[in-house]
Design a protein around this ligand. Structure first.
Ligand code: PLP
Length: 358
């Protein structure tokens, strides 16, 4: 079957096979990877290797950036990032590109004393395009927050649509993390829930410029990035299994040739699906072609009964989890790194067959 879920999502079959092999006896330790201590040399080695591979894939220098492996999901970062970074002006700027950007803004606004300004929004066009990212600001901001890929609306920024800004830029990359190339050095902080493109749920990756790792004594250690960095993300018990799977996924990605190579495949998959939708009698993508996500592709017929029939028949054909998000309706195909081209081809063949019958 092919799993088109938005997250938790497919992992590469090679990664699943490796997990199966390692599960009873990790690195000849006699223990399952789920049982090894986060204080053991085995884990420390795994942690260091995973962090180094991640930064290598992102073309970031270990001297300049650190990586934190956290829990609490991307959602927790909507709060933890302002707690750490909004210290001088107590004011942040948010680009509203849809649901998750709004959630980030709403949660940040609950941090005492913090003002959140929405400085650009694509609300007026129902979030079918990404808003332009401003480079000039009327106010002093501690940082600018953007969401690179909008999982629900199916829109995304390409690297050339993201300017270099004078103020630190923070990006929620949850749904296209390592799925397409960015000049990652434009960002001060990048964070992502791992359950889409990297690992099972329960791990959040946060990549942060080292000059921002300033200890804040008023924050509990678990919420203080500098403390977490000093403790190598093991102030409390980290999600060892998830870090291990992320490590496997990163090795898989390196073997594939890195982010540029996987992006080329992802572009091919996305083109196949968007072209198929353009030719479809029943279905269409509502997203502006210049803002199309190559990871999440929502599509609709306009008739909820026909959409429901599509999802039912697709499920019977082993094309799973295509029901769209409730905010958008219709269908959504999430085609992250692990989805092979054959999976997208199978979906396109099914759309053609469905059109012939309906
Ligand atoms: N940001 C984006 C872009 C998302 O797609 C999601 C979840 O789908 C989240 C944040 C929330 O992530 P989490 O469930 O890890 O808190």
């Amino acid at each position: 079957c092919y799993n088109f879920a938005a997250g938790p999502a497919m992992l590469p079959v090679e990664v699943i096979a490796q997990i199966k092999q390692d599960l009873p006896d990790y690195a000849h330790s006699g223990m399952s990877v789920m049982e090894i201590s986060h204080r053991s040399a085995l884990y420390k080695e795994l942690y260091a290797e995973t962090k180094a591979n991640l930064l290598e894939l992102m073309k970031l220098d270990q001297a300049e950036y650190d990586v934190l492996f956290l829990t609490g999901g991307a959602t927790q970062q909507f709060t933890t990032i302002p707690l750490n970074l909004a210290r001088k002006y107590h004011r942040i700027a948010v680009v509203d590109s849809g649901h998750w950007a709004q959630r980030a803004a709403e949660d940040a606004a609950k941090v005492p004393g913090l003002t959140v300004d929405i400085i650009a929004s694509s609300k007026d066009n129902d979030y079918t395009a990404v808003p332009e990212i401003p480079t000039e600001f009327d106010q002093d901001y501690d940082y600018l927050h953007i969401t690179t890929n909008n999982t629900i609306m199916g829109t995304a920024y390409r690297d050339d649509q993201i300017p270099k800004t004078d103020i630190p830029m923070v990006a929620d990359m949850s749904s296209n993390f390592l799925g397409q190339e960015y000049d990652y050095s434009k960002f001060a902080v990048i964070y992502a829930g791992a359950q889409k493109n990297l690992a099972p749920a329960g791990l959040t990756v946060l990549v942060i410029r080292k000059d921002l790792l300033v200890k804040h004594d008023d924050l509990p250690g678990l919420f203080d990035f500098a403390t977490e960095a000093k403790k190598e993300s093991a102030l409390n018990t980290p999600p060892v299994f998830q870090v291990y799977v992320a490590g496997l996924a990163l090795k898989w990605l390196k073997e594939k040739g890195g982010v540029a190579s996987i992006e080329a495949i992802n572009q091919e998959k996305a083109k196949l699906l968007y072209d198929c939708l353009a030719d479809s009698k029943n279905f269409e993508s509502k997203v502006d072609p210049d803002s199309r996500s190559i990871m999440n592709v929502p599509f609709v017929s306009g008739d909820p009964d026909l959409d429901a029939e599509f999802v039912k028949e697709a499920t019977a054909h082993q094309l799973l989890n295509l029901k769209g998000h409730r905010l958008v309706g219709g269908m959504r195909a999430s085609i992250y790194n692990a989805m092979p081209l054959e999976g997208v081809q199978a979906l396109c063949d099914f759309i053609k067959d469905f059109d012939a019958k309906h």
